[in-house]
Design a protein. Structure first.
Length: 307
């Protein structure tokens, strides 16, 4: 890796650890899920067998809809000609279809992902799904992911024109790679849209998820410099101090009590250069999704006096 003082001038492709295939090792993980039909939606005399699937962390839940529908439709309550409203929950928390499975796992269970991870599928709506964006088909997912990708490129380059100039076949290559969680094919298109050096980078594409019991997941989008004012790599700790200072301890040299920060199922050291995560741990919407798991007290308002 280039010397720290010159890192901003190094061609971006030279900063990627290709030989170690680091990105594949970090982002290529899978989660074994066990899917059961919601008990109040079972129409058959016997409860249907669960569906097991080894799902890439980079995948989106709608990718499972076809197999889930085929497996459970004979046991589910008929909709009398109306379309099914497929969605999932984990322990009565509705799962957002527009975030990758790995992001959902990091927010809900952290590093200790149960094997298997138990999900409940629903074929009709109820009050739990009020937090979810409307979903009418795979076109909604494709539009959501591509818009996020375009936004990420805009944050980095300062313009979406590179994305808009992609040929139709390149758009198809990109979406096909996302459908297959094919990181190498995805990177072939992605690298054409990125900055040449960190000095050219306006801001890295980082989403900060604040996840607390009961309160769910709050997502922040904050400027994430690649370099600090001295030209050195901007670190995760510096980003957290900028975006959400209460996540850090009083002296700023560690995380606050009860807080853990992770991405791709891994704890993230505060001294990690943010650009390194962008190159090696970004999801297939081109965002780094940093998940800050915090205790419930973190989001509670301070007490007004001692009653």
């Amino acid at each position: 890796m280039a010397a720290e003082a010159n890192v901003g001038e190094v061609p971006l492709h030279s900063l990627v650890e290709v030989q170690e295939d680091t990105r594949q090792q970090i982002c290529g993980g899978r989660v074994l899920v066990r899917i059961r039909l919601a008990p109040d939606e079972v129409a058959s005399l016997a409860e249907p067998d669960p569906l097991f699937s080894l799902v890439p962390r980079a995948a989106y839940l709608p990718f499972l809809f076809h197999d889930v529908l085929e497996h459970f439709k004979k046991s589910a309550i008929a909709r009398m000609g109306q379309p099914y409203e497929l969605w999932f929950d984990y322990n009565h928390t509705a799962l957002k279809w527009h975030f990758p499975l790995g992001v959902l796992c990091d927010a809900l269970v952290g590093m200790e992902v149960p094997v298997p991870l138990d999900l409940t599928v629903h074929f009709r709506g109820n009050s739990l799904m009020k937090e979810l964006l409307p979903f009418s088909g795979m076109a909604d997912l494709q539009r959501s992911v591509m818009n996020a990708f375009k936004q990420a490129i805009f944050l980095e380059v300062g313009s979406a024109s590179r994305f808009m100039r992609l040929e139709k076949k390149e758009h198809m290559m990109l979406w096909d790679a996302i459908l297959r969680s094919d990181i190498k094919s995805f990177a072939q298109v992605e690298e054409r849209l990125m900055c040449s050096t960190l000095l050219e980078c306006k801001s890295l594409a980082v989403r900060l998820h604040i996840s607390a019991p009961v309160h769910g997941d709050e997502v922040l989008l904050h400027k994430a410099p690649a370099l600090d004012e001295s030209g050195a790599a901007f670190t995760v700790g510096a980003f957290l101090a900028l975006a959400m200072p209460p996540l850090l301890s009083a002296n700023g040299d560690g995380l606050a009590e009860g807080v853990e920060v992770l991405t791709q199922g891994l704890m993230v050291p505060l001294e990690t250069p943010l650009y390194w995560l962008s190159l090696h741990a970004g999801y297939m919407d081109h965002f780094v999704h940093l998940i800050a798991r915090v205790p419930e007290s973190f989001l509670k308002p301070a007490c007004e006096g001692d009653a």
